[in-house]
Design a protein around this ligand. Structure first.
Ligand code: AMP
Ligand code: MG
Length: 536
């Protein structure tokens, strides 16, 4: 018989980070510099009227929590109003380079970890974002608005289902308390609904977590943190002697470099622009972390960034993400210097980034175009075909996601004109395409179908393989905004349906094609759909 009583929320906590790192001795929750400590004990600030808006059953399963919890109980716990037995909250200290400049101490200014749990042999940290001020809040309020919380909740889970390494999201709760934000920093502050996301990851340690100790000449805490991270999260790199050598630290850095490269190539594959790749926003585990003014490429443009705060330099534009990953790894290598004591091993670790990036990019592009990888003496023989494809895509407005998805439908024996016709749905203005652009596409398709014919893979098999790497459904910027618009009116139905669609991004999902549609014209310039600021 169906049991209408949902299972209680119970978690066994096992807080490894706080056991390993030194604690901030000062108990008072006031904004300040915190020295010689990995974290500060802090309590979430209660909110007046917590309401559970969304819950991820897949993320709940990771933690042994029910797929559909009692909404009242879940709202109280995941707003930070009620602590479960064993929860001992804290905020972590870290620093970072923001937009290329050292910014000093940052830290969990509005994130509060509730604890860590080990379920089915895997360790997860549960962290509330927007649960009130901490010693790291600087001038800000420790809160988060609903729009940015919806975006973090949906995108965390969408990325997971796309197969991109990412932090996860368990719950989204509205607080019943307005939060004042000046969305475009233009002197127009207004109250917005407040919300809290409970996010989940094996660890939220960032590149900047290491940088802060080195910047403060605190080699002892740096070593404590590195040893903790390696032992707990990279056990295969932990030496049997129990005492890492300088080379061990460098080998571990090489592993971080590889993971970072792989994740950035996934971003390229799915058309994701992070928007704020500061070193405090790069996970030491290679996860996508800190969903802020991110966006999805709609018309293909490697120069695009959704982040208005970065509109001038466009440091974090789509096409620059791989270079920034490398820049950030050099910052991490600097931070680890005290543990290694020599440049050469750190340099070769960082070099693993570019070699991994090149290999993964080659592999990803071959897969996206449905081709065999062809390499000769390190040279990518697909580079010309890939480069011409991207040049053609860039020469007119073509949707990045749809272009690759539709490409799978091109038969190997298609005439170039028919092949181009097969992807017409990706074009914003197929009929109005200038003749030289059309010519470039036809020229490209001539090479492409010749190559498909040469490879001789059956169309159906190639289509299946391509559809497993080229998603049909991504969290288009305007889809997130539509979910936000309704959620702000108190209606979470669209948000929940959007989550449901994003659970199967590579499937066809008949009846839900609207979620795969090209960006509508109304969304072209609407804030939230094409431009976002860091205000959240
Ligand atoms: P971000 O740009 O989200 O990576 O944030 C950079 C730093 O600012 C981090 O230390 C955040 O914790 C902090 N921060 C951002 N927003 C807030 C806020 N509303 N209240 C307190 N701290 C914040
Ligand atoms: Mg951040």
């Amino acid at each position: 018989m169906h049991d209408p009583t949902p299972a209680p929320l119970a978690i066994d906590f096992d807080d490894s980070f706080v056991r390993a790192l030194p604690a901030d001795p000062e108990p008072k929750n006031r904004r300040r510099q915190v020295y010689g400590a990995g974290y500060s004990r802090v309590q979430p600030t209660p909110v007046p009227d917590p309401t559970l808006l969304a819950w991820s059953p897949e993320c709940a399963a990771l933690l042994g929590l029910p797929p559909a919890p009692d909404p009242e109980a879940a709202a109280q716990v995941f707003a930070g109003n009620r602590l479960l037995d064993g929860m001992r909250p804290y905020a972590a200290c870290y620093g970072g380079h923001q937009f290329g400049n050292w910014a000093g101490q940052l830290g969990d200014g509005r994130a509060i970890t509730l604890g860590e749990t080990v379920h089915a042999g895997r360790r997860y940290e549960l962290q509330l974002k927007g649960a009130g001020p901490t010693p790291y809040s600087r001038m800000a309020d420790g809160r988060a608005v609903l729009r940015s919380s919806v975006r973090e909740f949906l995108c965390s889970e969408a990325m997971h289902h796309l197969g991109v390494p990412t932090t996860r999201a368990l719950s989204l709760v509205t607080t019943g308390e307005p939060v004042v934000r000046d969305m475009f920093y233009d002197g127009n502050p207004r109250p917005e609904p407040g919300a809290i996301v409970c996010r989940v990851a094996p660890s939220f340690v960032r590149f900047g977590s290491f940088e802060i100790f080195t910047a403060r000449d605190d080699a002892e805490t740096l070593k404590t943190l590195a040893d903790y991270v390696i032992r707990s999260h990279f056990p295969e790199h932990w030496p049997t002697s129990g005492e890492p050598s300088p080379d061990d630290y460098a080998w571990w850095l090489a592993e971080v470099a590889e993971r970072t490269a792989r994740t950035l190539i996934h971003w390229m594959r799915v058309g994701f622009v992070h928007g704020v790749m500061n070193t405090d926003n790069l996970s030491i585990l290679g996860l996508t972390i800190d969903y802020g003014p991110y966006g999805w490429l709609e018309p293909y443009d490697p120069g695009w960034t959704p982040n208005t705060t970065d509109a001038h330099g466009r440091r974090y534009r789509f096409g620059n993400q791989p270079a920034i990953g490398g820049w950030n790894l050099v910052r991490l290598a600097h931070a680890l210097y005290p543990l290694v004591g020599a440049v050469e091993p750190l340099q070769s670790a960082v070099d693993r980034y570019s070699t991994t990036l090149a290999a993964e990019a080659r592999r990803a592009w071959a897969a996206k175009l449905g081709l065999e990888e062809r390499v000769d003496g390190g040279e990518d023989l697909n580079a010309d075909l890939v480069g011409r494809w991207l040049t053609a895509l860039q020469s007119t407005e073509v949707d990045y996601t749809l272009a690759h998805r539709l490409l799978a439908d091109v038969p190997a024996d298609a005439a170039p004109g028919d092949a181009l016709h097969a992807i017409r749905g990706a074009f914003y203005d197929f009929g109005g395409m200038p003749s030289e652009v059309r010519g470039a596409f036809l020229e490209w398709f001539r090479s492409y179908v010749a190559r498909l014919t040469e490879e001789g893979r059956p169309d159906a098999i190639r289509r299946g393989a391509m559809n497993r790497v080229n998603p049909k459904y991504v969290l288009r910027n305007y889809l997130a905004q539509l979910a936000i618009d309704d959620a702000e009116q108190g209606d979470p139905a669209r948000l929940r349906e959007t989550l449901d669609v994003m659970r199967d991004p590579y499937g066809e999902q008949p009846g839900r094609e609207a979620y795969a549609a090209r960006r509508p014209e109304w969304a072209r310039d609407r804030p939230g759909c094409s431009t976002l600021s860091c205000s959240s």
